[in-house]
Design a binder for this molecule. Structure first.
Ligand code: NAD
Length: 498
């Protein structure tokens, strides 16, 4: 099988860069190397940033109508060609095709939201705040923006940021995950086809060296990051110290609390969907099920039955769940099963035994269900980011809430109950950014904003939605008076209004 070179996309064209460094890109379902991605040097990043700097003034000054036209065309192209993109996602990430299409649909939502930029970029106007004085506000782009994205949503996470940053008049340099980099170049080509001027969006592949170059570039004025918590913290701290506006979305450990009055069949369906979709490699995956003792046995049985019916395999073959992203990650996740046993938990379904419909050398681990996980175990405290659902048995609501509150993460959580009072209490009390009530993966629609609390988000602005527009623009307030002779005279007092 041939190995495809995956190049940067700079100033509207593919570019190999000058660095000699490359990384392997795998098809996780076969375990074979399918691509070699260029890893940018700091100098390569500098070339992309310079292209953005050169292209930005004309894009900033282009009319809103011109920028919207690009976004509308992009929406049409993406919708028409989403199958092509889904196949790229499955080939490099491993997620099954249906899931890849779901990822694209959620990205498309943000494109459609960005098509309403005319409303979202509107300023405010106050007439005659003082004699002949009017005050109005406008939103202007922040300038050159760096976006750094994770492996688990190679299309959706870039689409959380690109449409809003671009339609607001910014130029963007995106550094996607080096593990599945092709989707981002595909998106950049499509944006070019939609009419985006060259240089306004560049893609640089790479690792820490490229990321550090973006952080250190004096030309880059804002950074959007999505990835694990330690890197998010690092980028937030280093980027903020360099005077940049930073939003850094981090990792997660999401709990689903099931109260005794919940519909246990629906709760079991939800736990399986949210626990094993995309092989658990979602920042909004449910990884801990908090089951009240009185219903825990029944719930675990129902979940185990459903897990037993899942088909794990190559994402192109109509399976339910695909492989993990790399062999190293697969082995790390599988290692938690040994830890679980050592810490006294009970493995109800062991993903190491899975029979797969896929290549012998794929990065496979089947869906795994672990019961009676101790909250002191690393299985509970670590973000595992794989198809491992842990059950923690609790006495009731208060114990469940206390565990969620004690978690350093605060990305998503869900309560399953038919008690409206309990649900209402939960949504008010819990310190988590996105809450589901009988909804297991409460990713807000594009016209709300996405982001967690605590170690799941560093910075003040969430992704997309109104906060996305606020992040990628700066508000300016203008106080104006058109002079006439009655405004003459000297007065050194602080301006008051009359
Ligand atoms: P990661 O933190 O390893 O990588 C994210 C990005 O940072 C990649 O582009 C990578 O190249 C870069 N990077 C890696 N190491 C770096 C370093 N030392 N210095 C600078 N940059 C570095 O994350 P990942 O494994 O790609 O993605 C999975 C993680 O992302 C999980 O923790 C998941 O919870 C999180 N995630 C969070 C959200 C959210 O919205 N909160 C969404 C998706 C994924």
């Amino acid at each position: 099988m041939s190995i495809t070179p995956i190049e940067h996309w700079v100033d509207g064209a593919a570019w190999a860069g000058t660095s000699e460094r490359t990384g392997d890109v795998f098809n996780p379902a076969t375990g074979t190397v399918t691509g070699t991605v260029a890893l940018a040097s700091a100098a390569d990043v500098g070339v992309a940033v310079a292209a953005a700097e050169a292209a930005w003034p004309a894009w900033r000054d282009a009319s809103l109508a011109t920028r919207l036209k690009v976004m509308f065309a992009f929406r049409e192209l993406l919708n028409a060609r989403k199958q092509e993109l889904a196949e790229i996602l499955t080939a490099e990430h491993g997620k099954v095709l249906a899931d890849a299409l779901g990822e694209i649909a959620r990205g498309l939502e943000v494109v459609e939201f960005a098509c309403g930029a005319g409303h979202l970029l509107k300023g405010e106007y106050s007439e005659s705040v003082s004699t002949n004085v009017d005050v109005y506000t406008v939103r202007q782009p922040v300038g050159i923006v760096g976006v750094i994205s994770p492996f688990n949503f190679p299309a959706m996470v870039p689409l959380w940021f690109l449409p809003i940053a671009l339609v607001s008049g910014n130029a963007v340099v995106l550094k996607p995950s080096e593990k599945d980099p092709s989707a981002s170049v595909w998106l950049a080509r499509l944006l070019q086809e939609a009419g985006l001027p060259d240089g306004v969006l560049s893609i640089v592949h790479g690792d820490k060296e490229a990321v550090d170059a973006l952080i250190d570039s004096p030309v880059v004025s804002a950074l959007s990051f999505v990835g694990s918590t330690p890197i998010a913290k690092y980028i937030y701290e280093r980027g903020s110290a360099a005077g940049k506006r930073v939003q850094a979305l981090g990792g997660a450990k999401n709990h689903m609390l099931v109260l005794p009055d919940a519909d246990l069949d629906l709760a079991a369906d939800a736990a399986v969907n949210a626990g094993f979709g995309s092989a658990g490699e979602r920042c909004m995956a449910v990884s801990v099920l908090l089951a009240v003792d009185t219903i825990a046995d029944e719930l675990v049985t129902k979940i185990a039955e459903r897990v037993g019916q899942l088909r794990t395999g190559d994402g192109t073959r109509g399976c339910d769940m695909g492989p993990l992203i790399t062999r190293a990650h697969r082995d790390k996740v599988a290692g938690y099963l040994d830890i679980a046993v050592a810490d006294g938990a009970e493995i109800v379904v062991d993903g190491r035994d899975v029979v797969v419909d896929g290549g012998d050398d794929g990065f496979w681990l089947g869906p795994t269900l672990i019961d009676r996980v101790a909250t002191t175990s690393a299985v509970y405290t670590d973000e595992i980011f794989g198809p491992v659902l842990s059950v923690v048995r609790i006495a009731g609501y208060d114990e469940g809430l206390a565990l969620i509150e004690a978690s350093p993460y605060g990305n998503g959580t869900a309560i399953f109950t038919n008690d409206g009072g309990a649900a209402r209490r939960f949504q008010r009390e819990v310190s988590v950014g996105m809450v589901g009530v009988n909804v297991p993966i409460p990713v807000p629609v594009a016209y709300h904003s996405f982001g967690g609390w605590k170690a799941s988000l560093f910075g003040d602005a969430k992704a997309y939605g109104p906060q996305g527009f606020a992040f990628f623009t700066r508000e300016k307030a203008i106080t104006s008076r058109w002079l006439d002779p009655s405004h003459g005279g000297i007065n050194l007092g602080f301006p008051a209004h009359d």
